[in-house]
Design a protein around this ligand. Structure first.
Ligand SMILES: Cc1ncc(COP(=O)(O)O)c(C=O)c1O
Length: 385
């Protein structure tokens, strides 16, 4: 059996797979087992902001692995301490508590649990079309029924309101509301941008009603949108921020960043994770964050994103309904099903990701070059013809 047959035999078959085996990556490039090269404009749903097998991340893993791969966080560790300090330095002074875990969903779980524990209230409001993960808490905040129905009953006291609708949020908040959780730009929904003052108004209401504002930066974080975090575009200061994906430069790690006022109310011993903050992941993440800062990846994403959007808008095709995005979080919405075009792009060596039935999402590594962007745009234009 080859790789594909072996995986098909043993895999539970729950997610849809693409029919190639990827064996190698460098920068914005991936190679399959047949030696075919791809430009990766999907980057595993925005996980490769610093590029595949980033030299600094590889070196950090190579030097940390022989020292110590894992020790539970009931012991102190110098690499973990450095990562916590570095992560906190990316936020305002108040956001100085860093809970480390292993994935996006875990970082959302912690945020939801901290919000309930800190406020003593139960209700969580999330947005329609939101995606926050697939564990029981995070999937209860997620909206798409495809991810929810089979697993009901989910965690109680979760409600959804339309994104960009401040009135519905106001109406839905009651005395038992602990928090509102929101992606600054809705990712899974196909890169839906917030209206100009939406997030500012959200923050205002949260403050007035004394409920916590949780911002999910798992897809938008670490430079993706042209700022280090997506919320920075909108002049707000969340109470809790969830990050993961690109944080580890490809190594699985997540973090929930919040205030002492909140963590101070979370009961001792009530939450933790065996592998959260392990030294190997901490070393990888520290190298990835240092690379982002050193190379000013947010500014790179801003400039290249403008270039990419401009090029996409120049494509002359009646099949395109809209081109939208921020930084290097770019979507092309078609007037017809996107699936065949996504497959055709893959044939031509460009990997992109779908959203819903009609949207093509582009989430390239932020180190992508203009030449590589040109190649993707040219190939998209070709397949649309
Ligand atoms: C906005 C957002 N939140 C949460 C998650 C869940 O992250 P993970 O798959 O690491 O659990 C994702 C993953 O795509 C995401 O995009």
């Amino acid at each position: 059996m080859n790789d594909i047959q072996t995986e098909d035999f043993y895999d539970p078959g729950i997610i849809k797979k693409r029919p190639v085996s990827i064996v190698k990556g460098k920068g914005a490039l991936l190679w399959d087992s047949e030696g075919k090269k791809y430009l990766d404009f999907g980057a595993s749903y925005g996980t490769a902001n610093v590029g595949h097998c980033n030299d600094n991340v590889v070196k950090a893993i190579e030097s940390q692995a022989p020292e110590l791969i894992h020790v539970y966080s009931n012991f102190y560790n110098s690499v973990r301490a450095k990562l916590m300090k570095k992560l906190a330095s990316l936020f305002s002074e108040k956001l100085n508590k860093v809970y480390l875990c292993n994935s996006g969903a875990e970082s959302v779980e912690a945020a939801l649990k901290f919000a309930r524990a800190a406020t003593g209230k139960k209700k969580i409001i999330a947005c329609m079309r939101a995606f926050h993960g697939r564990t029981f808490g995070s999937v209860s905040a997620t909206h798409n029924p495809d991810y929810r129905e089979a697993f009901k009953p989910l965690v109680p006291e979760f409600t959804h309101v339309p994104f960009n609708n401040i009135e519905k949020l106001k109406e839905t908040i009651n005395d038992d509301t602990a928090a509102f959780i929101v992606e600054p730009i809705q990712g899974e929904a196909g890169f839906i941008l917030p209206d100009e003052n939406y997030l500012k108004n959200v923050q205002k209401i949260c403050r007035e009603k004394n409920i916590l504002l949780i911002v999910d930066e798992i897809q938008t974080g670490f430079g993706r949108t042209g700022k280090m975090f997506g919320f920075e575009h909108y002049g707000i200061e969340p109470d809790i921020v969830c990050v993961s994906k690109s944080l580890g430069g490809g190594y699985p790690i997540g973090a929930t960043i919040t205030t002492e006022k909140i963590t101070g109310k979370v009961p001792k011993k009530s939450h933790s994770s065996t592998f959260g903050g392990n030294p190997l992941g901490s070393a990888a993440a520290l190298a990835a964050v240092e690379f982002m800062l050193e190379k000013n990846l947010p500014e790179q994403a801003q400039k290249k994103g403008e270039y990419f959007l401009k090029k996409l808008k120049q494509i002359n095709s009646s099949k395109i309904r809209q081109v939208r995005g921020k930084g290097l979080m770019v979507a092309v919405e078609l007037k017809e099903r996107a699936g065949p075009y996504i497959s055709a792009l893959m044939e031509k060596g460009i990997l992109v990701i779908p959203s819903g039935k009609t949207v093509i999402r582009f989430l390239p590594p932020l180190i992508i070059t203009e030449k590589q962007i040109d190649e993707a745009v040219e190939k998209l234009e070709k397949v649309l013809k």
